[in-house]
Design a protein around this ligand. Sequence first.
Ligand SMILES: NC(=O)c1ccc[n+]([C@@H]2O[C@H](COP(=O)([O-])OP(=O)(O)OC[C@H]3O[C@@H](n4cnc5c(N)ncnc54)[C@H](O)[C@@H]3O)[C@@H](O)[C@H]2O)c1
Length: 353
Amino acid sequence: MKRLVHAVVGCGRVAPNHVDGFSALPDVEMRWACDRDLTTAESLARAHGLPRVTTDVHEVLADPEVDSVSVATGHATHHGLVAAALEAGKHVLVEKPLALSAEDGAALTSLAERAGRVLSVVSQHRYDRVVTAIRDWIGAGLLGSLVSGVVSLQCGRDDAYYAGSYWRGTYAGEGGSALVNQGYHALDVTRWLTGGLAVVGAVAGHTAPRGGMETEDTLAALLRGPQGALVTYQVTVASSITWRTRVEIIGTGGSVLFDLDHPGTLHLAEGNEELRAAAAELASAEVEQAPPGIGYYGISHRRQIADFAAAVRDGHQMIADDRAGLETLILLQDIYRVAGHEVAAPVLSALRS
Ligand SMILES: NC(=O)c1ccc[n+]([C@@H]2O[C@H](COP(=O)([O-])OP(=O)(O)OC[C@H]3O[C@@H](n4cnc5c(N)ncnc54)[C@H](O)[C@@H]3O)[C@@H](O)[C@H]2O)c1
């Protein structure tokens, strides 16, 4: 198997999950830790034994042996860094969202296609065991026709989380907050399970504003699936609870209730005998240990990174490819637009230009 040489650009909170995922694979060399802040890059490199450190992404991209790059920086920088990496011939795993605007996201998917490089947007919960099982059950008709869904995320992010960041809580840097950042996964997974979602209505609010936070802390939306299933979706970052999701998918033949917490848990599967037997089998499967780092990011960066590395080698279509990332970006921007929140302004201007 050809050795894969990988670099991480952006060495902040989520970067250890990328290093962990690539380090867990055979025939992968983790070479570069790149952060515009040298101390941050050095700290990641030291903690995980990465041999090279730089503050300049161009040094990474000029390394002819680097095959692939993780982009794990603030949202507004994704487009420029991903484009530069693809133009340098690298495969790219970019943290969600793909870009701040659908126009920029579409430009990146076209660029990846022209360059013949893998571009994947992190959506690790698509790889959670409970989520992949439910997707299989829906595909096999075990839930019948989907008619309804109830999706919620409550999490707590304090003043320091926003005040201490160069990008969070600002339209220019984050492009929104509760929906595009913490709420991204629940939206993406539900969209994947239902086969697509359109926006019926949405409202965004500042229910408990933090110092310096101009973006929404709470958002609620009504969404519709392709066969008419109605889904209520709500997210807040103003809870006292650090992280709790609930996703309920209701069909004419069965219902499931699960979460995207760690470990992801199936709380309920009611319906026919086949569904109950599949749920019992899932419940008996071993729970994997979380990697070091922030527990509520879950364990599935490892699985998406394994899928990414395999796609780089064999070209197969990933579960979380760039198209999936673009479609979720379009949906969340539609939600912001319908919510009529200020966050829609840069998005709409980008789409018009
Ligand atoms: N998948 C998940 O569960 C998950 C969890 C957390 C964060 N994220 C995503 O990961 C990304 C990063 O989030 P974070 O919490 O790690 O942010 P962070 O602010 O902790 O880290 C980002 C780092 O990028 C560096 N950086 C910015 N611009 C750079 C550039 N041009 N070149 C090199 N370095 C640069 C910053 O100095 C900073 O150290 C975001 O897109 C976020 O939404 C995803």
